[in-house]
Design a protein around this ligand. Structure first.
Ligand code: AMP
Length: 393
């Protein structure tokens, strides 16, 4: 079964084509476009390329297109990307302005260009559906909660992959099996020994998720992908009083404050250098104090959230790093794990330094009680598997 996964950024379009056969999968092709202002020409070019490279005879040979939709109003899980999904994305377009309009447009484009190919959406919030009400509720009036304002959690496909892969690496087939079947059989009960993972997805957009026995118990991201860790140019956590105060003192509107918190904050806002972690790290190394502050603040926030989930789960067996920064920034990984020998975390500096560029590996010392691992992100595979299931139903 040929399944295309479409990754629609606000300025990029990336894709992967999979051939799925039950649990087995192989990636046939991948590609993408940057600085995108319109999806239609990209999708047309992608189809042309896939046909000329011999992966498809025509676009209609695709069995399905999968979308990693972010946040739906009153909708989550893996569902057909129909009018209900478009309405759910529209309902929360103000909450995820960088993501929801892009996915709505992308889904419509595929509908127009390949009307007979099934479209399926896997929401990033799906992995958090077993979170406890006490963990997802904000202490706000009922009328606010009735609007759907609560913690949701994001990067669900990525953290779910980590849940499965860490279980495999630790030889815990019981947990790996549970994770693979989550969206089919639900969480059910779990009798095995605990497997607690502090999962750090650190990239252009970053989050930390606590995973107990294969289930997410919480995320650093809350109502929107805006909260939690400092992002590339998005703010991360901010006290709610800061917005009305800044609006009043700077004489700006709420919309302008929102723009600045979305576009001019995070690593860019703190460093004044760049929204790219590599540039910030380089500037810090050459003595730029603001850039050093940005890097330190990211590390502090990762430790803050990982510490929170460590406490909530009563410990951890694994710390996992994934995505662009997590897979490559040796210094950052060392800083996150520094001084934690008392908790049973001991990094092997050589293993840490050599685990970069998409390499999977254990970077903790052999006598470290908690295993520290680097796992290349593979959210597309999680989506492809769920799309396969949805289409095979
Ligand atoms: P992603 O969103 O997963 O594609 O990750 C993108 C982020 O990873 C960008 O901020 C990059 O600067 C960062 N990144 C990529 N390579 C490195 C590296 N060698 N060191 C630090 N950050 C990196």
């Amino acid at each position: 079964m040929k399944i295309l996964i479409a990754n629609l950024g606000s300025t990029s379009f990336k894709y992967r084509l999979y051939d799925m056969d039950g649990a087995a999968s192989s990636m046939l092709a991948q590609g993408g476009f940057e600085r995108v202002s319109e999806y239609t020409p990209c999708i047309e070019k992608m189809l042309e390329d896939l046909i000329s490279e011999g992966h498809l005879a025509s676009g209609s040979e695709l069995d399905a297109v999968g979308f990693k939709t972010v946040l739906g109003k009153d909708l989550s899980g893996c569902v057909d990307a129909d009018d209900r999904v478009l309405a759910a994305l529209e309902g929360f377009k103000e909450v995820a302005p960088a993501h929801n309009p892009a996915y709505a447009e992308g889904i419509r484009c595929f509908e127009r260009l390949l009307p007979d190919v099934r479209r399926v959406a896997l929401f990033e919030t799906a992995f958090y559906q077993w979170m406890e009400p006490a963990a997802y509720s904000y202490a706000i009036p009922q009328a606010w909660r009735d609007l759907g304002i609560r913690r949701y959690g994001f990067h669900g496909a990525s953290h779910k992959f980590i849940a499965e892969r860490t279980a495999e690496l630790l030889g815990r087939e019981d947990v790996a099996q549970r994770v693979r079947q989550l969206y089919v059989s639900g969480a059910g009960s779990f009798e095995g020994a605990p497997l607690r993972v502090l999962s750090c997805h650190l990239g252009g957009s970053s989050s930390v998720t606590g995973i107990r026995d294969g289930l997410a118990i919480g995320s650093s991201m809350g109502f929107s992908p805006q909260s939690g860790l400092p992002q590339n140019n998005r703010v991360g956590d901010l006290d709610s009083m800061a917005i009305p105060y800044a609006c009043k003192m700077l004489g700006i509107t709420v919309e302008e404050a929102e723009r600045q918190l979305n576009k001019e904050s995070g690593l860019l806002g703190l460093s004044g250098v760049s929204n790219d972690a590599r540039d910030v790290r380089e500037a810090a190394a050459s003595g730029n104090a603001d850039a050093k502050l940005a890097t330190d603040a990211l590390v502090d926030s990762i430790r803050h959230w990982a510490g929170s989930f460590f406490f909530k789960m009563g410990g951890a067996e694994v710390i996992s790093f994934t995505a662009g920064i997590g897979e490559n920034d040796v210094e950052l990984r060392a800083a996150v794990c520094a001084g934690l020998e008392g908790l049973g975390v001991k990094i092997d500096p050589e293993a840490n330094a050599s685990t970069i560029r998409g390499k999977e590996g254990v970077i903790s010392a052999s006598d470290s009680k908690i295993k520290v691992v680097v796992i290349p992100a593979n959210e597309e595979l999680v989506i492809a598997r769920e799309v396969y299931r949805q289409v095979s139903k």
